[in-house]
Design a binder for this molecule. Structure first.
Ligand SMILES: Cc1ncc(COP(=O)(O)O)c(C=O)c1O
Length: 390
């Protein structure tokens, strides 16, 4: 039984090959890539390149050098948002985002507001969480430099129509936060016209914490100023930051133990295929939606069907979410998350702010239909506290 239902925070468990690869790195390699000519450093350099290749293949990104490793998805989003704002610092800068976005987009934007950047937060439908591409088009002004949107909501699981949104953006670069979709949802940077794709390595990509990245379309790097500078193992004779990619944006030693793990998880995903993982996710979603259908005292917040969604569900009970989440753990060992999930505007839109947010459950590739059944039964008991005592 897999009782961990907090995959939207970070995925657990990881495929065994991820753990094996991380142990093997520590036991047999241990070196920093691009920092030496000896065999272990060369091996680490190869694995770093292989990881970029696998990431680019997964999302049909045009160039591996444009795949930048970061600490996590937040770091990647900051690089894109702050990098564009700094590049245009002598002009008026306006950035568009949506009410469904995460604090890792909202907070950098609100911080930039203090430096004169203007922002527009586009509303979403209060039933489905869907953002209408025409609202994005309407928010764009002559000074708009970036549109940032979460592909999948970490509150409601709503998946936005990125192709339609990118056409609404016209020439304005689109930054997609793929934190809740990459690895199990089809993403094609070229056909979807995504200028910048930010991702965590540790959620749907099934790699370890401390991994993530930002993939850029060719040319977008010219309008991003790095916000971190330092050694790259290259062009060491120059005391200024190199301009070639990825070195322009990748200063300091890499998280190689994490990247070994991520490379292994990407190979595992490739073997399974994104389509298979997506179909499994949809089966789990269907079973969950169906299972909750006849249970009173709980409702799904946001999309009630399988269309335009991923395996992240917010639930509203009569009682406070923290009480229900604790009870789920106590009676059935279920691990889930209660609260506002770092997405304050999404809860405002859904009308779940005043009650302390929601109980969030989120699926991973090791869940089965039996696990979902167990979850549904536990929710039924929690929705009717009188059943818990019996
Ligand atoms: C939609 C969304 N964006 C960004 C993030 C930030 O990801 P990370 O924890 O890798 O920084 C999260 C994390 O929960 C998220 O759900």
């Amino acid at each position: 039984m897999q009782l961990y239902f907090d995959n939207a925070a970070t995925s657990f468990p990881k495929p065994q090959c991820v753990i094996d690869a991380m142990i093997a790195y520590h036991e047999h390699c241990g070196a920093s890539p691009g920092r030496g000519a000896y065999a272990q450093a060369a091996e680490a350099t190869d694995v770093l390149g292989e990881c970029r290749e696998l990431l680019c293949e997964l999302v049909n990104a045009p160039s591996e050098t444009h795949c930048i490793f970061t600490l996590n998805c937040t770091d990647a989003l900051n690089l894109a948002i702050q990098g564009i704002a700094s590049h245009f610092q002598n002009e008026k800068v306006h950035i568009v985002t949506t009410a469904m976005d995460h604090n890792s987009v909202l907070r950098p934007l609100h911080a930039l507001e203090k430096q004169g950047v203007s922002i527009t937060v586009v509303d979403a439908c209060n039933e489905t969480g869907i953002v209408d591409p025409s609202s994005i088009a309407a928010a764009i002004t002559p000074t708009t430099k970036l549109v940032a949107i979460a592909h999948g909501s970490n509150v409601t699981g709503t998946v936005q129509d990125i192709a339609a949104i990118s056409s609404a953006c016209g020439d304005i670069p689109l930054l997609v936060d793929a934190a809740q979709t990459m690895g199990h949802t089809h993403i094609d940077m070229q056909t979807m016209n995504i200028a910048l794709l930010a991702f965590p390595g540790h959620k749907g990509l099934l790699g370890p914490l401390g991994t993530g990245g930002l993939i850029m379309q060719n040319g977008v790097e010219k309008i991003i100023t790095p916000h971190r500078f330092g050694g790259t193992g290259s062009a060491s004779e120059y005391p200024v930051q190199p301009t070639n990619l990825p070195d322009k944006f990748e200063s300091g030693s890499h998280n190689m133990i994490g990247i070994y793990g991520l490379t292994a998880s990407l190979k595992w995903i490739k073997e399974q295929s994104v389509e298979t993982l997506h179909n499994l996710e949809m089966d789990l979603c269907n079973a969950f939606i169906e299972g909750l259908h006849n249970i009173s005292g709980v409702r799904i917040v946001g999309a009630q069907t399988n269309s335009n969604r991923c395996g992240v569900f917010s639930l509203k009970f009569k009682e406070q979410p923290t009480i229900v989440a604790k009870r789920l753990e106590t009676i059935s060992g279920i691990k889930c998350r209660a609260g506002l999930h770092c997405a304050p505007y999404a809860h405002q839109i859904m009308g779940t702010t005043d009650c302390g947010g929601t109980v969030r459950v989120s699926f991973g590739p090791f869940h089965t239909l039996e696990d979902v059944q167990l979850l549904v039964e536990a929710i039924e008991r929690c929705a009717k506290p009188e059943l818990v005592a019996t």
